[in-house]
Design a protein around this ligand. Structure first.
Ligand code: XMP
Length: 522
């Protein structure tokens, strides 16, 4: 299989390089930079090399946060020559502590600051431009910079602890902030990132989706030779649909789009997706494989085993399609940037769930891989979809996991539980739309497990299932907060589910953030 890594990144735009030390907000930093219409890329700290810097030619570096302590012997570090590159550097949290240490300062275990903290600005300066003397920021650290070398100047301190909240190098464009400017809980955080990226580093703000459409289509066209076909699995979601539309625009009817119904779709979803795809100019090969998937899942309750079975079955189906036409030489996948970064992350990192890309094919099939949206975040894929003229019903569609309702059914997938989760999910979605919340939330759905609750229906004892409603807000699915939807909306959802789904006697609302929870239950 030829390497997908050949897909060209967008370094013709001014690029901010983010060095990842394993912080949970690294993607958020990259997205904040892109929101300023400046292209950004993430590299893991151990990938940083002179060759990489020469290749990317970043206009600025941002060092992310991370869980380590800089004084630990095995702490992640970067080479010292980075400080002599004469490009602006901003260290955030761990990055701030690392810069202070590299320049001769001292970091110690402190009393810890978590959550909202007030800081006092001591020195007017370029990085904190637009700030008042006192500002609220979001902190999450137990180490702190106890001593700065003479080349560094304190810009701001925490009001309570007196800890250094921001510093600046006296001669070079090197800055450190102990707080997290990338999170929304730092109200003037975006200003800090803008000050750094646009004012200090003078990055041109040219990163816009409408500017990359032509290049994407040209690039696909230049790879796929005359007479070669491209197989693309479409799920109806925005990532695979945008991928298919790009391929279609590039190679016309040499796109072979395949939509597999695994029997784990929501109510009316297959018809809706087919009509959406047709309105986007894509007429997929529709394969109803419901029976095939559901029979394989019978008796299986382990979540990873369910995912494995579904992944394998998908691969088999695509293999069958691919082998049926020898002119199919390519596989187009809707892989996005978080998947790319996560798959290259520190080896040995804990695998939380084996998310799979629908259509992941066995390597020996010899198909070459096209991943046109591999450097884009979901909101950028949506913007790209809009630039391609796709309707809101596709562009604003909530993400839906590849393994479908199988990951919203805890334990074995049975016909009864499928029926319950389908009907309950439909009610959740209808009520969320009715309340005008659909575009505000990331996902809204119902979950069912094996637990029962004694109910009373029409004066009679009734034992029924518990349905869990999960409605979350998120920017990228990596972290999420449960949505504080009005009680009246929850009330309507609960009443309708117990009234319209006879097998249900209790409705609960999931109020745990991610982390520590995940969005889907399995
Ligand atoms: P979790 O449950 O890991 O989900 O917090 C994060 C986001 O990813 C979606 N998700 C999946 N998407 N295949 C997919 O294509 C999968 O196996 C899968 N599992 C979860 C989930 O819906 C959420 O938006």
């Amino acid at each position: 299989m030829s390497s997908a890594h050949e897909w060209k990144p967008y370094r013709e735009h001014d690029t901010v390089l983010i060095v990842n030390f394993g912080g949970q907000y690294t993607h958020l930093i990259a997205r904040r930079v892109r929101e300023l219409n400046v292209y950004s890329e993430i590299v893991h700290f151990f990938q940083l090399s002179r060759d990489l810097i020469n290749e990317i030619k970043p206009k600025a570096l941002i060092l992310s946060g991370g869980p380590s302590s800089v004084y630990h012997p095995n702490a992640p570090r970067i080479p010292h020559w980075v400080l002599d590159l004469e490009i602006p550097i901003l260290g955030i949290c761990y990055g701030h502590q690392l810069l202070a240490t590299m320049l001769g300062g001292r970091v110690e275990r402190g009393r810890g600051e978590y959550g909202r903290v007030e800081v006092e600005v001591l020195n007017e300066n370029d990085i904190l431009k637009g700030w008042s003397r006192i500002e609220t920021v979001w902190m999450s650290h137990s180490d702190y910079v106890a001593e700065l070398p003479p080349e560094l100047e304190v810009l701001a301190v925490s009001r309570d602890s007196g800890y250094i909240a921001a510093f600046k190098h006296r001669k070079k464009p090197i800055y450190g902030v102990q707080f997290h400017p990338e999170v929304i809980h730092t109200p003037k955080g975006r200003q800090v990132i803008k000050n750094f990226v646009v004012n200090v580093a003078s990055c041109r703000q040219s990163w816009r989706m409408e500017n990359i459409v032509d290049r994407l289509i040209d690039e696909i066209r230049s790879r796929v030779a005359e007479g070669e076909k491209v197989l693309c699995a479409v799920s109806g979601g925005v990532d695979s649909t945008v991928t298919a539309v790009l391929v279609r625009k590039a190679v016309g009817d040499r796109l072979v789009a395949v939509f597999v119904n695994h029997g784990l779709l929501r109510e009316g979803e297959a018809e809706e997706i087919l009509s959406n795809l047709r309105s986007a100019g894509i007429d997929p090969l529709y394969i109803d494989a419901s029976e095939r998937f559901l029979s394989k899942l019978r008796g299986v309750s382990d979540p990873e085993e369910k995912r494995r079975i579904i992944g394998t079955e998908f691969a088999r189906i695509f293999e069958e399609v691919a082998r049926s036409d020898p002119t199919i030489k390519w596989l187009a996948q809707g892989t996005t940037y978080p998947d790319v970064i996560e798959s290259g992350a520190v080896p040995g990192a804990d695998r939380i769930k084996s998310h799979h890309n629908v259509g992941a094919l066995p390597k020996d099939l010899g198909l070459k891989v096209l991943e046109p949206i591999r450097y884009l975040y979901k909101d950028e894929v949506r913007a790209l979809g809009k630039a391609l003229g796709l309707p809101d019903s596709i562009v604003k569609r909530h993400p839906f996991p590849g393994p479908g309702l199988a990951v919203r059914i805890i334990g074995e997938v049975t016909d009864e539980k499928l029926r319950i989760v389908r009907r309950a999910s439909k009610i959740v979605e209808e009520e969320i739309r009715r309340a005008g919340l659909y575009d505000k939330v990331w996902q809204a759905f119902a979950v069912v497990g094996n637990d029962k609750w004694i109910g009373v229906k029409g004066d009679a004892r009734a034992e029924g299932y518990i349905v869990i409603v999960r409605i979350v807000e998120s920017e990228d699915g990596m972290t999420a907060d449960w949505s504080k939807v009005p009680y009246e909306v929850l009330d309507r959802i609960s009443r309708r589910i117990t009234a319209e789904v006879p097998e249900v006697t209790m409705v609960t609302y999931a109020i745990t953030t991610k982390p520590p929870s995940t969005i889907e239950p399995c």
